[in-house]
Design a protein around this ligand. Sequence first.
Ligand SMILES: [Zn+2]
Length: 149
Amino acid sequence: MGKLDLLNSGVQRYFDDFVNKLEQRGLRYSIVETLRTQAVQEAYYAQGRESLERINELRKKAGLYLLEESEAKKVVTKTMNSIHLTGKAADIVPVLDGKVPWLITANNAELWRAFGALGQEAGLEWGGSWPPFDKFHIGWDAPHYQRNV
Ligand SMILES: [Zn+2]
């Protein structure tokens, strides 16, 4: 779990506790992102706000893969001051049949909620508790966990 080593040392134990809880229950997970560079944050922020050319220029600079028009139109972050920049957040997602169920459906909502509950038990704030909520009562940033201390 190398990516968790990039987290701020003051919050690492909460994330270790979270993944231990997942492992104890035999839940498969993937750590998508922890510490984020300013260049990556700029590229994310441009998404849904700037032209495709500008977005991909920023993504190239940040070492990210290039986007298609449809994906580039989606807003993925609300702020330039993401807590990921401080190393106090990680995006941790379920893996189901070898794949990440990015689209929350009736078939996987229970699993996403189980992840959220275990993260909260570990002392983390869960992005799935932030409004607006979907029809499964899961907030807009379900992959996201943070400890803002
Ligand atoms: Zn996040």
